[in-house]
Design a protein around this ligand. Structure first.
Ligand code: GLA
Length: 386
């Protein structure tokens, strides 16, 4: 499959695309040339396995990040982020250098990293010539909540730039480029899960990704399943170091017995992904829920990427959820805070939601909502070529 330079002209703009376009028009007095958007994701199971060549089962969500852009009138790139309420003026893509994590404009790394990598042609079938740009970003993916806000931004940015340059791209090459950009510019040595699902998600399905091959296979969600997200309100920054530290420890596990639990997590989590796929195919929400609890325990005790506020939410579901159709729960994504995904019988979703509201009432900052499958990236030229 290849990523087209332009796709789906007839598709209506999503609300977040409309917001990015409106912001662009306000700031620059004309419509952007290119617009793209890409979804965040919730990972149903298979965390901290992607960079070990393992199995993951993410689903694109409806929340997206949109990027509107045009060539700028001079050699400066001007970026605005509506959600961050921030603006920055930086170099052209080919000249951009990574900002230090504590610099006021460090957030521009997430936009300019992919553009610099495209301009360099480091991993592509050749450099993509990109002029200095005017860029407006709008997003409804919560930041630092384990829902892959940064990969949705990077994917939307890269696909908007490719539309502008009228270039096609094999999607695995783009996945590798975005992964390298995240490591080099955002300081996170992440795996391939988040950008793969943003680029290739199939409608109404989760995506089984074998990160070692790599290969992808859509796994339709059964009618009997609903998913609730409980946001712990605890925010992480993967650049804080815990993520990179776990990755290092996993690499050491073969020779240092202290880290054996890290590799045990990856081994058992891969097996749980296989069992979860079988449960999804059988429409067996009860089995899926039990596997989710096991996965959380492994992430909590063997991989040690959970935090007490997140464990508390999972434990409350474990203690009283089954009677209300909430059959399993686990942290999702990189960890150290963020969201818990709760596996619910569709027919009992109202009762499950009421149970969660009651059980979690004493925890401050917690939000509960249903999450549904979203669609993969879209990109297009918004008005005629320059
Ligand atoms: C983050 C990374 C992913 C993956 C998850 C944990 O989202 O970006 O590559 O490692 O954490 O499963």
């Amino acid at each position: 499959m290849s990523v087209p330079a332009r796709s789906d002209r007839a598709a209506p703009n999503s609300p977040v695309e409309e917001r990015a376009i409106a912001a662009f028009v306000r700031s620059h007095g004309s419509a952007p040339l290119a617009i793209a958007s890409a979804p965040g994701r919730v990972n149903l199971i298979g965390d901290h396995t992607d960079y070990a060549g393992g199995l993951v089962l993410p689903m694109a969500i409806e929340e997206r990040t949109a990027v509107a852009l045009s060539p700028s009138a001079d050699a400066r790139t001007r970026i605005e982020s509506i959600e961050l309420g921030a603006r920055a003026v930086v170099e052209s893509p080919a000249a951009f250098e990574p900002r230090a994590p504590d610099a006021p404009d460090a957030w521009t790394n997430f936009v300019m990293g992919p553009l610099r990598m495209l301009a360099d042609g480091a991993l592509a079938p050749g450099p993509v010539p990109l002029p200095a740009l005017s860029i407006s970003v709008a997003s409804d993916v919560p930041i630092g909540a384990g829902l892959s806000s940064s990969a949705s931004l990077a994917t939307a940015t890269a696909t908007a730039a490719l539309a502008l340059a009228r270039r096609s791209f094999g999607h695995w090459a783009l996945v590798r480029l975005l992964q390298a950009a995240e490591a080099r510019f955002a300081g996170t040595p992440c795996g391939i899960m988040d950008m793969t699902v943003a680029l290739t998600a199939a409608p109404g399905a989760a995506l089984l990704i074998d990160c070692g091959v790599p290969s992808i296979e859509p796994v339709p969600l059964p009618e009997a399943l609903a998913l609730l997200l409980v946001d712990s309100g605890i925010r992480h920054r993967l650049t804080d170091g815990g993520y990179a530290e776990r990755r290092r420890e996993l690499a050491l596990a073969a020779t240092d017995p202290r880290f054996e639990p890290r590799s045990r997590h990856v081994r058992t989590e891969n097996e749980r992904v296989r069992r979860a796929v079988a449960a999804l195919r059988a429409g067996d929400v009860r089995a899926l829920g039990a596997i989710a609890f096991e996965s959380h325990d492994s992430l909590r005790h063997d991989f040690e990427v959970s935090v007490p506020g997140v464990d508390r939410i999972v434990d409350l579901v474990r203690e009283g959820g089954a009677a209300h159709g909430a059959l399993g729960a686990r942290m999702t994504g990189g960890g150290f805070g963020g969201n818990v995904v709760v596996f619910v019988e569709r027919a009992r979703i109202d009762g499950a939601r009421a149970f969660l509201h009651g059980a979690l009432a004493s925890l401050s900052g917690v939000r509960i909502r249903e999450v549904r499958p979203g669609h993969r990236y879209t990109s297009r030229i918004e008005r005629g070529a320059p």
